[in-house]
Design a protein around this ligand. Structure first.
Ligand code: ADP
Ligand code: ASP
Ligand code: MG
Length: 420
């Protein structure tokens, strides 16, 4: 028999009725004789509320206490799911992060999972008990509760799957799988039956929040087969793992060579959480980039895209870069504080920008993807403010007002629209 980790996100456990539906998915796999560990998120909206309360309590707060508060949502859902499973005759018990324990580093609010002890879980599997594990949380080196960053239950699930050597990790969510772009924005987006780990990693890190980036990274490193699928499908009409008819529910995130028909572009992602800062007429001389980006790095601010213009007279240049929107105000004040070293003539910025990215491993072997992209956007009157590329992606920064237009245009351009 197989060993499975099933993860259910916030919308899938939003109320007791939905939790009952989740329990039926779990029961289907359990009744087929599989070892099952379930990882759950907090009920939809709960974590947002908890985060909001910590802010209301104090804008500046102790990150360890933030974690104590925001980890609370998952405690409720593991208990409720365990009760529901028991009522259906499935032996189950709830596990908080510290009870396993899922050990993490001490980066409160964005902790990384280190080691997961599996002895107790293995004993319970042998006793045919389902382990219902709280996602998003762990135990820090100082014995304090940690959390893994928003969307972190995906990472908990993959980490548990890697630790218990699961045959598959199923991420049940509120859409049918990974789509060519967010199906809530583009109705003609198509479900991808398969996507390569590397592409998924780019999609996630460039804004497709269907999986937390770190969960994909971890699945890739540990070779965990990852399946993204809908929790809203009728649990009783589906086949359990390993039985005929269960081969490809949703999207399988797998190695590139397991994908037969590889497209040049697999998907389009967008991220609204970047802000743009421009330094006008800074001296065009060695050391200037260091004087700008050094202080930002010291302040722990990540810079993403960078554009430096060549100056007309060779003496000054404009420099544009992006930072996470949450760091925007801080970044502006760091730059103002460094004005004496940088000597810029003017400083401007905007949070009304969006990064749109085109992703596909097929780009490695195909030229012209970028040229086509720029031409199509120009045709729509969309101005590109910054560009970055890697082997398998091209990202552009544009005015946020054009987000939908740009995503839809590119989605059609690369032949991703569903044809009905
Ligand atoms: P969960 O609560 O189950 O973790 P999330 O809200 O974190 O669910 O992620 C699922 C959402 O991700 C979907 O509702 C969808 O709007 C969004 N999403 C963004 N990009 C994509 C994509 N390319 N494919 C599928 N879903 C996407
Ligand atoms: N409940 C957490 C959040 O909302 C973790 C998760 O849902 O994955 O971010
Ligand atoms: Mg999520």
């Amino acid at each position: 028999m197989a060993r499975l980790v099933l993860k259910f996100g916030g919308t899938s456990v939003a109320d007791v009725e939905r939790i009952r539906n989740v329990a039926r998915h779990v029961k289907r796999e359990y009744d087929a004789g599989n070892d099952v560990a379930v990882v759950v998120s907090a009920m939809a909206g709960t974590t947002n509320q908890l985060v909001e309360w910590t802010r209301e309590a104090s804008a500046l707060h102790d990150a360890r206490e933030y974690d104590t508060v925001v980890a609370a949502g998952e405690q409720v859902t593991i208990g409720l799911l365990s009760i529901t499973l028991q009522a259906m005759g499935v032996p189950a018990r709830s596990w908080l992060g510290w009870q396993i324990p899922i050990r993490t580093d001490d980066s409160h609010g964005a902790a990384r999972i280190g080691e997961i002890e599996t002895d107790m879980l293995n004993t319970r599997f042998a006793e045919r008990q389902v382990a219902v594990i709280a996602g998003f949380q762990g135990l820090g080196p100082d014995n304090r509760i940690t959390t893994l960053g928003r969307g972190g239950s995906d990472t908990s699930a993959v980490a548990v799957a890697a630790a218990v050597k699961a045959d598959r990790c199923d991420i049940y969510t509120d859409v049918d799988g990974v789509f060519t772009t967010d199906p809530r924005m583009v109705t003609r987006a198509q479900r991808l039956p398969r996507i390569a780990y590397e592409e998924m990693l780019e999609m996630a890190s460039l804004g497709a929040k269907v999986l937390q980036t770190r969960s994909v990274e971890m699945a890739m490193v540990h070779g965990v087969p990852l399946c993204v699928r809908s929790s809203f499908d009728d649990p009783d009409t589906l086949k359990p793992f390993g039985q005929e008819g269960n081969e490809t529910p949703g999207t399988l995130v797998c190695d590139e060579d397991e994908i037969v028909e590889q497209q040049i572009v697999s998907g389009i992602a967008f991220a609204r959480d970047e802000a743009k800062i421009t330094l006008h007429r800074v001296p065009d001389k060695p050391g200037i980039a260091a004087s700008v980006f050094g202080p930002l790095a010291n302040a722990g601010i990540n810079v993403d895209m960078i554009v430096q213009n060549v100056s007309a007279d060779g003496s000054t240049t404009d420099m544009t870069f992006t930072v996470p929107t949450i760091d925007y105000d801080r970044a502006m004040s760091v730059i103002r504080d460094a004005e004496d070293e940088i000597h810029y003539a003017d400083l401007t910025g905007s949070t009304e920008v969006v990064k749109v990215s085109v992703i596909g491993v097929g780009m490695r072997s195909h030229a012209g993807v970028a040229a086509k992209m720029f031409e199509a956007l120009a045709g729509r009157g969309i101005n590109i403010q910054a560009i970055t590329t890697s082997e398998i992606k091209i990202s552009i920064l544009i005015d946020a007002a054009y987000t939908e237009l740009a995503v839809r245009t590119l989605h059609s351009l690369y032949g991703l629209d569903e044809t009905t």
